[in-house]
Design a protein around this ligand. Structure first.
Ligand code: GLN
Length: 536
């Protein structure tokens, strides 16, 4: 196994995750087997309990791990399927150390940050290595910014690890910012120099420096950074703001031959240059689409990153249909205030994403009603599926006060309610229905058609509440079709309305399994329906 460690300097939100993912893309297209992972220095055991406004989307893996949204980039940019082993937080590290201490595993020693905490971090690197013998390169992104107090133990662990596995097997990449000072008309290298100095103080000399720049990186600045950061000039790589789509990032990084620099450093220089034709074609389809649709995503906003994987899935599906998907971010409460027609009057599709808590719920229900009545394509995801069934129960089945018990504990018609095993759960971390599960498709339905008439599908879940089986018949009699149920428990997984061009709700999260050249069938069908609607 060869190791790449990606650290960040100067500021956060530099696109470090995208840089790591892009390097993954390039190496994979050189024929290497790549695995990406993230170390997050915060104390939460996982981001599952964090608000999306704090942290952005929680990305769910097949095995049910609730992880950082960067893992979504990793899965979309490479073919690697990740597991809970691929996202380590300080919370997990300390949890493990303290459990070992309580079990007496340290044999009476004083338990210390060094070596016990740093060892725990190195153990994870070794475990991932052992569990993935087929992988050639493990890329680890370290969250946060070098110099942060909370990242110090991770940096120290990496320094030790590189010595132990041999420096020739390790490549350190530092991603920094080159700010452009408008008044001076200059790009500044000093923050980069200082950030690299900080890293060197901690015992790590980066092999490659990736410079995020708005503008280009000129020769003088390259020379300056090389000289004062102690690297070869060719190892100073520009990472420019991409013009159209994040999928241009690997192509941009390749202009300075980052993949070549990396493989040379870790002794894999014999691999052929990356064959990126398929990737380039995808990017071209994103940049130069023939058609255009507008899709409203009716959610709760505050932070753009909360619905990241949904936006990406819409882009993937759009590219497949040669269509630019313009996303209209609709604040659900705004629909309550101004009415559905006013807010959604001009859109070609309505998507209600996942969510928790009752803010904006009635607005989402109005959006579902509007889509149903006006024959506008509708895709409901998780909460969006629950919303569709509540709306149908209230307005078609005339079940007054129908609701989810998440929002109204005393609803006379709890269409959505807690399953037996969720009642009384007090621990909020990792106790939802999480991860991939198998479900069965009903032949002859829209869902079965979209999945190419598959009989069984595997999709990722993250929710606590379920469709209440007591209401199944009443909704079915009124025309709602349950087109998929879980194989094990018979829980409702997909609902649809055959009387509508495209009206579908999924209890799972299809957005976690869409890839650039393999859009998810539900998104693909939804965008196709929106395109048809727009052309009417
Ligand atoms: N709040 C709902 C539940 O827990 C939906 C969750 C979601 O949309 N991810 O069941």
């Amino acid at each position: 196994m060869k190791y790449i460690f990606v650290t960040g300097g100067v500021v956060s939100s530099l696109g470090k995750g995208l840089a790591a993912a892009s390097i993954g893309t390039l190496l994979e297209h050189r024929g290497l087997k790549v695995l990406l992972q993230k170390f997050d220095p915060y104390l939460n055991v996982d981001p599952g309990t964090m608000s999306p406004f704090q942290h952005g989307e929680v990305y769910v893996l097949d095995d049910g791990a609730e992880t950082d949204l960067d893992l979504g980039h990793y899965e979309r940019f490479t073919s690697g399927v990740l597991t809970r082993m691929n996202n380590l937080t300080s919370g997990q590290v300390f949890d493990s150390v303290i459990k070992k201490e309580r079990r007496g595993e340290y044999l009476g020693k004083t338990v210390q940050f060094i070596p016990h905490v740093t060892d725990e971090i190195k153990i994870r690197l070794h475990d991932v290595t052992i569990n993935n013998p087929e992988v050639n390169v493990l890329i680890t992104e370290i969250g946060g910014t070098v110099g942060d107090m909370e990242g110090l133990l991770f940096i120290e662990a990496l320094r030790q690890f590189a010595l132990e596995v041999g420096k020739e097997n390790v490549c350190f990449i530092h991603v920094t910012l080159l700010p452009y000072i408008k008044a001076a008309g200059e790009v500044k290298t000093k923050p980069t120099q200082q950030s690299v100095a900080k890293l060197r103080e901690l015992g790590i000399q980066p092999d490659i420096i990736i410079c995020r720049t708005e503008a280009d990186l000129d020769e003088d600045n390259r020379k300056k950074i090389a000289m004062f950061c102690n690297v070869d000039k060719k190892n100073v790589v520009a990472f420019r703001d991409v013009a159209h789509t994040i999928y241009e990032c690997p192509l941009d990084l390749r202009r300075d031959k980052i993949d070549r620099l990396v493989v040379d450093k870790i002794g894999l220089g014999h691999t052929p240059p990356p064959a990126l034709e398929g990737w380039e074609r995808f990017v071209q389809r994103v940049i130069h689409p023939k058609h255009k649709v507008t899709i409203a995503v009716a959610g709760k906003y505050g932070l753009l990153d909360a619905y990241k994987s949904i936006y990406e899935s819409l882009i993937h599906a759009g590219a497949q249909h040669n269509t630019k998907v313009k996303i209209l971010r609709v604040e659900a409460e705004d629909i309550e205030a101004r009415g559905a027609k006013e807010v959604l009057g001009d859109v070609d599709g309505i998507l209600v994403p996942g969510g928790f808590g009752d803010r904006g719920i009635e607005g989402k229900i109005l959006a579902a009603k509007y889509a149903r009545e006006e024959q506008i394509p509708y895709l409901g995801i998780c909460l969006g599926m629950q919303i569709a069934t509540i709306e149908f129960a209230r307005n078609v089945c005339k079940l007054k006060g129908a609701n989810s018990t998440e929002f109204d504990k005393n609803s006379p018609h709890p269409i959505i309610s807690l399953q037996e095993e969720q009642i009384g759960v007090e621990d909020m971390g990792a106790t939802m229905r999480l991860g991939s599960c198998e479900s069965i498709l009903l032949a002859g339905t829209k869902a079965a058609d979209l999945y190419g008439n598959a009989e069984r599908i595997h999709e990722r879940h993250r929710h606590r509440y379920e469709f209440n089986p007591d209401y199944q018949e009443r909704l079915q009699e009124a025309g709602m079709v349950i087109s998929s149920v879980s194989a094990k428990e018979g829980l409702v997984e997909i609902v649809e309305l055959p009387s509508h061009p495209f009206y579908l709700g999924a209890q799972f999260h299809p957005e976690f399994q869409s890839k650039p050249n393999h859009p998810h069938p539900l998104f693909s069908g939804f965008v196709a329906a929106a395109l048809e609607y727009s052309q009417k």
